[in-house]
Design a protein around this ligand. Structure first.
Ligand SMILES: C[S@@+](CC[C@H](N)C(=O)[O-])C[C@H]1O[C@@H](n2cnc3c(N)ncnc32)[C@H](O)[C@@H]1O
Length: 221
């Protein structure tokens, strides 16, 4: 993955939810102000638990990677891993880059909803943690399309979903298991699902982990 997403032209059709820039949160401002309560200082426990029993190898994209703790946990697996953390906020990317390197990781400033065509089918895995719950719920269908587009045929998606955050008004925005299935099932086959044992304080019992695989499109005869 050598694409420079900053020089790319938007790939979303005009009028789609993401192209209307629905997100009311100024993420860059939040990082500049140090107003980042989601930053617990280490990788998502649900991800760490999964990595203890199953490697995530190849080209990996982490959207909304923030300070990069999940990126570094993935990169620390060693050889055979190239992880790209993507975030809207340049300050978040600089913060992520300030940590000691864990392995084959890199970071880019960019918008998941405006990825360049050259990223299409570029990744073996997408690893999700608190990006899905950060975006406006109206943009979720676009999120699923963006993930599908960047994954190689048969590529896999690992997610720690935050189901019902304590704050009534997001972000983080809650989601039900039914809505996740409704959003993903046509494009991603569910391979595995479980409740993580560990969680950040306050998120206990509120998370759901899933592994999904991109569904191959069938060509009609
Ligand atoms: C709640 S924070 C979580 C950050 C990181 N995953 C963590 O757990 O520390 C959400 C992150 O998503 C990023 N983000 C929001 N919308 C995005 C988009 N459309 N494309 C890329 N990053 C985005 C924000 O800048 C922020 O860093």
């Amino acid at each position: 993955m050598n694409a420079n997403i900053n020089s790319a032209s938007p790939s979303e059709p005009p009028g789609s939810a993401s192209s209307q820039n629905l997100d009311p949160v100024n993420w860059e401002e939040r990082y500049r102000a140090g107003d980042t309560p989601w930053d617990e200082g280490y990788a998502a426990p649900g991800l760490t638990e999964f990595l203890e029993r199953h490697p995530i190898l190849g080209e990996i994209l982490v959207p909304g990677s923030g300070p990069g703790h999940d990126v570094r946990a993935l990169a620390a697996q060693g050889k055979g891993v190239r992880v790209l953390g993507l975030d809207l906020s340049p300050t978040a990317v600089r913060l992520a880059e300030s940590f000691p390197r864990a392995g084959g990781e890199a970071y880019e400033v960019g918008d998941l909803f405006h990825l360049p065509p050259s990223w299409s089918e570029g990744f073996d895995w997408v690893v999700e943690h608190t990006c899905f719950c950060a975006i406006p719920p109206e943009a979720r269908a676009d999120y699923v399309r963006a993930i599908e587009r960047v994954l190689k045929p048969g590529g896999r998606y690992f997610a720690v979903f935050y189901l019902n955050p304590a704050a009534p008004k997001g972000p983080p925005h809650g989601v039900s298991r039914e809505e996740i299935d409704h959003l993903f099932h046509a494009r991603f086959r569910l391979l595995e699902e479980w409740r993580p044992v560990g969680a950040f304080e306050g998120r206990e019992g509120r998370e759901l982990c899933q592994v999904r695989q991109k569904v191959e499109k069938t060509v009609s005869p």
